[in-house]
Design a protein around this ligand. Sequence first.
Ligand SMILES: CC(C)(COP(=O)(O)OP(=O)(O)OC[C@H]1O[C@@H](n2cnc3c(N)ncnc32)[C@H](O)[C@@H]1OP(=O)(O)O)[C@@H](O)C(=O)NCCC(=O)NCCSC(=O)C[C@H](O)C(=O)O
Ligand SMILES: [Mg+2]
Length: 288
Amino acid sequence: MTQVANRPYRSALYIPGSKERALEKAKGLACDAILFDLEDAVAPDEKVNARVLLKETIAAGGYGNRAKIVRVNGFDTDWGRDDVAAFVGADIDGILLPKVESAAMVEELARAIPDVPLWAMMETPLGMINAAEIAAHPRMAGFVMGTNDLAKELNTRFRADRLPMMGGLHLCLIAARAYGIVALDGVYNAFKDDEGLKAECEQGRDMGFDGKTLIHPAQLEITNAAFAPTEAEIDLARRQIAAFEEAEAKGEGVAVVDGKIVENLHIVTARATLAKHDAIQTMSQAAG
Ligand SMILES: CC(C)(COP(=O)(O)OP(=O)(O)OC[C@H]1O[C@@H](n2cnc3c(N)ncnc32)[C@H](O)[C@@H]1OP(=O)(O)O)[C@@H](O)C(=O)NCCC(=O)NCCSC(=O)C[C@H](O)C(=O)O
Ligand SMILES: [Mg+2]
């Protein structure tokens, strides 16, 4: 397994590519990534104008070190190919293709846009089944769960515990972790329900997602907090590393912290926790 990118992805905010005001507002929002959307958030009549507006907006800059990822329309639509062509050579950090179902679809995207990291919306049953071959593509950088489409395709009912779609979420997480790419959880539609959002964020974090996709700025604070290491986790990581180094100096391979063993594998997790904390600090300092 390779390491996921060393930048935080706690919060990835969708912004409709057609909404000039929201595009401007995002320059001051505390999101780690922006998903500039040309797909579902943009009406058919607005698609072409949104593509032009988004291209100009991104070229003008102002998004700091937030990851800039453009979600294009699928290649089976009237707009997909032109969307991708419009961003060849643009200053973006990723291109996100909806409803990815196979490695062949990823390869088609790779051929259409050189160099840019590729991202896949994972939101159909075939996508879940083929998650491993999709994650394995050498340019694949991250998965974004499309839980609305997935619920539709699976014919699930909404449940707060998301039990009906757990199998799909796990398949994608396992594939993402196997190939060292980022995994972002789906959106929480009820953007005024803070309690519900918090619970779903905590579930996603417990499962191992790197962050969550969002539809409204009001969801940022809860999400950023949920996907950041806690003070207790940071403190424990530091103490584990110190104890393990002390044990190693004595020629021992195991330390004990808070009554629990600490071995080399726990140190990998501890270092990853501190690296994530540092990356978040760097991100916040750069945002001012
Ligand atoms: C949901 C919304 C339509 C609500 O919009 P609005 O009524 O304008 O909200 P507010 O008046 O509360 O907005 C307050 C200010 O915040 C700005 N704003 C709102 N949303 C965003 C945003 N996403 N990014 C940046 N800024 C935003 C407003 O402009 C207001 O600013 P100001 O006037 O200066 O104070 C709206 O939030 C929205 O359109 N959200 C995004 C919807 C979207 O992108 N949907 C597609 C992605 S979800 C999906 O497809 C997932 C996946 O594919 C799946 O299958 O699950
Ligand atoms: Mg979708």
